[in-house]
Design a protein around this ligand. Structure first.
Ligand code: SAM
Length: 206
């Protein structure tokens, strides 16, 4: 990410697809996020339905499926979506890939998930779409469903990106009408370049 990118660019699948094809995926940790792996150690799944929005190469989506969740991974970039579907099928995991725009999820997904996972997608969309993102998460979660979000980067403004930054105040303003914040934590075990720049928030839909 970086360079002279406009919010309009990031709304097009072709923008992300060309980065994946060129191997310019600086955001990709090459494996599951350690913070989410730690969360999974304490929160094994028992078939609960999880939606991973903007799953990318799907390391975290795979980790959730391996931990016992039934995963739906959404990403509108075709190449990582296809590769993730192949990896999940080879590993016989309960993981379905939807290679579509997260803002255009079909109505059948309404109120169907127990958990939504957000990591580095909220900072990748056009900041003007943030309320639409909150609306999407709210609409696909069951009542009392939860959003697990590792918000990044918390030390940057929203007007330069991607990644477009955010703040605790903004998170509260956008989500609090629809969610109760269950817990909030500045994790110690972020990868070095993201240390103290990301906030782990668990919220429950009202
Ligand atoms: C910075 S990458 C993060 C990928 C993954 N979450 C990770 O941590 O590696 C952002 C991802 O969101 C996807 N994305 C952005 N806007 C999207 C949209 N409107 N619908 C579906 N996917 C989207 C991009 O294709 C890209 O794979």
């Amino acid at each position: 990410m970086g360079g002279k990118v406009t919010p309009k660019d990031v709304s097009k699948p072709g923008f992300w697809e060309s980065l994946y094809r060129a191997g310019r995926t600086a955001w990709d940790l090459g494996g599951p996020t350690p913070i989410l792996q730690k969360w999974l150690r304490d929160n094994q799944g028992h078939g609960e339905k999880v939606c991973v929005l903007g799953a990318g190469n799907g390391h975290d989506a795979m980790a959730f499926a391996q931990a016992g969740y039934k995963v739906t991974a959404v990403d509108f970039a075709p190449t990582p979506s296809r590769q993730l579907a192949d990896k999940a099928a080879a590993a016989k995991l309960s993981l379905t890939v939807l290679p579509i725009d997260l803002f255009q999820l079909p109505a059948k997904h309404s109120e169907s998930f127990d958990l939504v996972l957000e990591y580095t997608t909220f900072c990748s969309i056009d900041p003007h779409q943030r309320d639409a993102f909150v609306a999407t998460v709210t609409s696909i979660l069951k009542t009392e469903g939860r959003l697990l979000a590792l918000f990044f980067p918390m030390d940057q403004a929203a007007d330069a990106g991607p990644p477009f930054g955010l703040s605790r105040d903004e998170i509260r303003e956008r989500f609090e009408h629809y969610f109760h914040i269950v817990s909030e934590e500045w994790p110690e075990d972020s990868v070095p370049t993201r240390r103290l720049r990301e906030l782990l928030v668990l919220m429950e839909k009202l």
